[in-house]
Ligand binder design. Sequence first.
Ligand code: LLP
Length: 404
Amino acid sequence: MKYKKRYLYIENVSTENIAKKFGTPTYVYSYNKIKNNISNFKNNFKNLKPLICFSVKSNSNLKILNLIKKFNLGADVVSKGELLRALQANIKPEKIVFSGVGKTVDELEFAVNKKILLINAESENEIIEIEKIAKKKRKKINIGLRLNPDTDAETLKKISTGKKENKFGLTKKKFLELLKKYKASNFINIICLSVHIGSQITSHIPYMNMLKVINKIIQKSKYQFKFIDLGGGMGIQYENNSKKLDYKKYNNLIKSFLKKNNSKIIFEPGRSIVGNAGYLISKITYVKKTKSKNFIILDTAMNDLLRPALYGSKHRIIASKKNNKKILKKHEFVGPICETTDKFLTVPRYQKINQNDIIVICDVGAYGIVLSSNYNLRPRPPEILVNKNSTKIINKRQKLINII
Ligand code: LLP
């Protein structure tokens, strides 16, 4: 993304033109950014030859999943819907893992029928249901056990999953107990130890602590896992100069872990693949000036992009047409929804902007459209894929008529 003669471009298309052609609000993804993110991710862990399963929950657009498949990634799914979507994109079942604390019997059965690589079980109840399915079908089902390592991911509380107070995974004690109980089962085959401690992680230290715990558990259990699924969580830079995950350090930690444990590594990245490849283009409906600040009222809202309202997360907002007139006053970018949390960002100053100007909200490729809703009966925005000069609609704007 760069300015050319004051106009902002995503690849070779100006955001002004996208707004003109497709209207606003509109989600836009850069094909080449996704492609680069995938190849960087692969390069960062090349030595490990891991299985990389894209976390479909971060972006489940079929055309995006087609890219994921094209670049040979697998999928991490958490529902029957996501599993269907991954299969629809022709991602091979043997590259699909299924996570989640509350998979229903119907979902489990469906996953078994589709012969996916493994189901990561998170409770004894779930294992019992999987065993029942196996008995019924007279087959042995491959599963993973998800460990809750009780390590701090040092990220937002609301997106931490690896502490013992979180609902995810099995405590160390329970993990060992269930492993012992089920390792000789005729119906399930425990082939994986899985973890996922949280999202938007920007330091290797939480991963280091996580690996220490896994290592101890394996030593204790003396069990050989074919796969170690380390989950996702690799953070991106939402702000210029914000903290960055050191992949080299994380890689080294895994390397030394593998010296003691001979398993194949699985990753489940979502945000690091698509996060910074997505933009939300919006038009300014009104500029409301008060003594202390200017409210920039946009035509996009928390129903389109929930992250700021839900987690207090910050996304950079950039003017589509740059000028040099700085207004030294607080600017608060808000949506039109009748909720006080329907606001995106407050900045101490901004360039001069007016009604009908176009702005771009950055880094919304992950957990953007997937968290959108029809709150206030607002239709969902379309999704556009940009590849060099070309623009393609990969999901149409919802029609009001279809939601009323
Ligand atoms: N694997 C499992 C089991 C997960 O629960 C998640 C994300 C991932 C992989 C992918 O994590 P990633 O690489 O994208 O960090 N809505 C929140 C994030 C929720 C993440 C949920 N689990 C947000 O907008 O920040």
